[in-house]
Design a binder for this molecule. Structure first.
Ligand SMILES: *[C@@H]1O[C@H](CO)[C@@H](O)[C@H](O)[C@H]1NC(C)=O
Length: 295
């Protein structure tokens, strides 16, 4: 028979993941959990074992893990996205197209890749705990004494939308303050841009719709992403910080500014939910629910 077309796969993880230290209470290594989220290597290996012959590229920004971790906090996301686009375009194994799986903030970054860089073509985008409408609240930090968390918290409170902080603090680049909607729309250099808050870029809309599937995984007991609705592209209603709305209730969807309503109608959006805290899943769950999208 004809062997099915097999696309390469690209993995990306960043930022929030790096807040979890191995061996801390947050580490998910152990018992029947599949992967320490710090280790994209483990996930890569698992996919390669389950789908023989598949090519998996695990992306690292910077030259090593330490630099990668620092960049996860301090690099301009728009620059990161264009660096990734460059890497993908140069990889001969991805020329025919690829599936992409982004963990945590890696997911919204990969959506930006889909919207900005249609070549090589991304076929399926799997967002695992991504924050497509950003966050409002600082993700839980490992240990309240952590200096880096205090510093980030302070910076976000004092001026998440100042140009300097936008350019240098990754978390600010998807900070979405529903009480300061105008500021967010005007000054968010990354998220407001890819979410069409300042205007509709028809290229973004067209490119996103080139995806065959857009899969969004939400963790039902997520204590890191606030609000967790963001993992399904929902968010807090504008002007207050209590009530949330779904993607389908949002202006983004109703005016179809990004093509998501059209994709929904075409059956291209998949909303998955799983028990567990941020990025905690079992190998069994991963195999049953995510692997089929990579085959
Ligand atoms: C729309 O997005 C494309 C792709 O990133 C970009 O080249 C173009 O400059 C954008 N247009 C506007 C008006 O921002």
């Amino acid at each position: 028979g004809v062997s099915p077309q097999r696309w390469g796969t690209m993995l990306m993880s960043e930022g929030l993941l790096n807040l979890f230290q191995p061996g801390s209470e947050n580490s998910v290594m152990g018992s029947d959990n599949c992967c320490n989220p710090l280790s994209m290597g483990a996930i890569k290996k698992m996919i390669e074992e389950e789908i023989p012959g598949i090519y998996v590229l695990s992306l690292m920004i910077g030259k090593n893990v330490i630099q990668d971790t620092e960049n996860g906090f301090f690099m301009d996301v728009n620059e990161q996205v264009s660096e990734v686009c460059g890497q993908l375009a140069q990889d001969p194994k991805l020329k025919g197209g690829y599936n992409a799986m982004g963990f945590s903030q890696g997911a919204q970054f990969l959506r930006a890749v889909a919207q900005r860089c249609p070549s090589p073509p991304m076929k399926t985008l799997i967002s695992v705990g991504g924050q497509h409408q950003g966050v409002y609240g600082l993700p839980r930090c490992p240990g309240e004494s952590s200096d880096i968390c205090d510093m980030i918290r302070k910076a976000l409170n004092s001026g998440a939308y100042s140009d300097l902080i936008q350019k240098h603090l990754v978390q600010a680049q998807y900070w979405h303050d529903p009480l300061n909607d105008d500021l967010y729309k005007k000054h968010s250099l990354f998220l407001a841009d890819i979410n069409q808050e300042r205007g509709v870029n028809e290229t973004y809309k067209k490119n996103l719709q080139l995806l065959e599937k857009f899969v969004m995984v939400k963790f039902l007991q997520d204590t890191v992403v606030d609000p967790v609705d963001s993992e399904w592209f929902g968010f807090l209603k504008t002007g207050q910080a209590k009530e949330t709305e779904t993607l389908q209730e949002s202006v983004l969807y109703k005016e179809d500014r990004l093509g998501l309503a059209a994709m929904d109608k075409a059956g291209k959006l998949f909303f998955l939910a799983t028990e567990g805290d941020h990025l905690q899943f079992t190998k069994k769950w991963f195999d049953a629910n995510l692997l089929p999208y990579l085959r």
